[in-house]
Design a protein around this ligand. Structure first.
Ligand code: T6T
Length: 325
């Protein structure tokens, strides 16, 4: 499946295979397994990982499932195990279901690092799962809170809101929902949550669900889209209903379309993560671990956000944070 997957890529082969001991000496093969193929967030992560692999002179293979699914992601882990890669850098699709396959890889001596999403509870020091070397990714409870607070402000501090979520069991989006709920609770009833829908990581499904919600709750004031697809579908439904400006949207993630929607007053805040940094640090850590340089590795690396609004969208910092596709 790897050879035909199309996502398999040789990013860099540094130096000759026979080299050893020099600066670019490590003849390591790393695998990056993304959460889903074709997602601009992961495309941007891949670019960051590839640049670092090239710099360090190691080989990087990249693959991922065609849909957001632990069932589809598991055989990719198995295939890289069979291929005896030195390290797996992965965004696990499910915090429980991906524990066993990754534990097997770790038991086989493969270094395991998680990026973006985690397994267990993400605390690889004191939590139930400690074999991954690091969790590199956003603080998603904080991100959900930022989104929730911005949405509450945009709707004037009171009214009905709705959360467009992806797939339960995904650490990132579960935590964003939690953070948004905490922001809503802090209004002591001024803002109420009228529903949470799960779109299966499909923008089309998200649009359908949001359209139904707009009909059921005509005075809906705001929507939080917890990732690219939830936000895209929510924005599409609001545009279809000609309710842009009337129904506010907090948009997690920063693909090009989100920036267009921001400029057109369809969304009010775009929360950009730093996927290229996640990929780059993931590769750096894998090579550190393979060289026995464990002191360089932190178990948890929060990568931060760039908050994009109409006020700063044209600044170099905001423009640089837009995802590649
Ligand atoms: O929001 C990102 C990522 O953080 C999440 O885990 C899955 O969805 C995205 O890739 C965006 O589509």
């Amino acid at each position: 499946s790897l050879a035909t997957a199309g996502g398999l890529m040789l990013a860099a082969c540094g130096g000759s295979a026979a080299t050893s001991g020099g600066a670019g000496s490590s003849n390591y093969t790393l695998a990056l397994i993304v959460g889903v193929k074709g997602d601009p967030f992961y495309i941007t992560m891949q670019k960051g990982a590839e640049a670092k692999a090239k710099e360090l002179g190691v080989t990087l293979l990249v693959d991922g499932p065609s849909q957001w699914s632990a069932t589809l992601q598991t055989p990719i882990v198995s295939a890289y195990m069979a291929r005896k890669v030195d390290a797996i850098i992965i965004a696990p699709c499910d915090k429980q279901a991906m524990i066993a396959p990754l534990q097997q890889a770790s038991n086989a001596g493969i270094k395991v690092i998680t990026v973006d999403t985690y397994i267990g509870d993400g605390d690889y020091v004191h939590g139930p799962v400690t074999f991954p070397l690091s969790y590199i990714g956003s603080d998603n409870v904080q991100g959900g809170k930022i989104a929730g607070e911005a949405l509450i402000k945009a709707i004037g501090g009171h009214g009905k809101v709705y959360i467009q979520n992806t797939v339960p069991g995904t650490s990132t989006t579960d935590q964003r929902e939690q953070g948004c709920k905490e922001a809503i609770e802090a209004t002591h009833g001024a803002v109420t949550l009228v529903g949470v829908d799960f779109n299966g990581d499909s923008a089309a499904k998200a649009a359908e669900q949001t359209t139904a919600m707009l009909q059921r709750v005509p005075d809906l004031a705001g929507i939080f889209g917890t990732n690219i697809y939830g936000s895209e579908g929510a924005a599409q439904a609001v545009k279809n209903a000609h309710k842009q400006g009337q129904v506010k949207i907090a948009n997690f993630d920063a693909p090009e379309q989100a920036i267009v929607d921001l400029k057109n007053n369809v969304v009010d805040i775009v929360i950009a993560q730093k996927p290229a940094d996640m990929g780059s640090i993931g590769v750096q850590y894998a090579v550190d671990a393979l060289k026995g340089n464990m002191g360089a590795i932190q178990k948890r690396v929060p990568t931060g956000y760039v908050i994009i609004t109409r006020d700063n969208v044209d600044t170099p910092e905001a423009q640089a944070a837009i995802y590649k596709s």
